[in-house]
Ligand binder design. Structure first.
Ligand code: CU
Length: 208
């Protein structure tokens, strides 16, 4: 290994160390192994042409997971919509008529005048890892209005409880005060650090 190579390697390693430091600073991990984000957002999309969509924000709290649903497009103000985690199926299957059993009830949502509605439920002793277990199909389903004597009404909005392709969450969240997402900051830092490391390597090579 000649001096130039050593210098270049040092620059790259320095860049990597900087990246690791940035990752830690931004709250990713706390060790060498990346950890689950503390909050995940799932998008509920309409089933059966309901036009009802929304988000489910799952946040790991000290003693469980808080599940917050924020819906929009609800057709009738004042109507209560029950919703649950269903286990052993998917939204696609549900839409095809194969409804999986409801396993975890969530706080019912009452539609506001503007078609929005929200509900928050804390699932004690749950973890994001357990809810997002890749070995278990799960979905969050919001039902249409309960009609007396008609059993559980059909699902009108649905989100599969899965992590997005690429291994990350669908998205991570910050408090609603806003600001750039950590992932974006990390990406920017990565570009900067790699650019810096590359610049040093180029300088070293040019000098040789
Ligand atoms: Cu249900």
């Amino acid at each position: 290994m000649n001096g130039v190579t050593r210098l270049a390697t040092g620059a790259v390693l320095g860049g990597a160390a900087l990246l690791a430091l940035l990752a830690l600073t931004l709250g990713f991990g706390g060790g060498a192994i990346a950890q689950e984000p503390e909050s995940m957002v799932l998008q509920l999309s309409p089933s059966r042409d309901s036009g009802v969509g929304g988000t489910a924000t799952l946040t790991e709290a000290g003693d469980g997971v808080r599940v917050e649903l924020n819906m929009r497009g609800l057709p009738d103000a004042g109507v209560e919509h029950i919703n649950h985690f269903h286990t052993g199926g998917t939204c696609t299957a549900d839409r095809a008529g194969n409804v999986a059993p409801a396993t975890i009830p969530l706080e019912a949502i009452v539609a506001n005048e503007d078609g929005t509605g929200s509900g928050t439920t804390t699932l004690e002793d749950a973890t994001l890892n357990s809810l997002f277990d890749p070995g278990k199909d799960r979905y969050i389903a919001l039902h249409s209005e309960v009609e007396e004597g008609e059993g559980v009404p059909s699902v009108i909005s649905c989100a599969d409880v899965v992590e997005a392709a690429g291994g990350g969450a669908v998205s991570t969240t910050l408090p609603e005060s806003g600001g750039p997402l950590p992932a974006m900051l990390l990406a920017a830092a990565t570009v900067l650090a790699l650019g810096a490391a590359g610049g040093v390597v180029r300088l070293v090579r040019r000098g040789s």
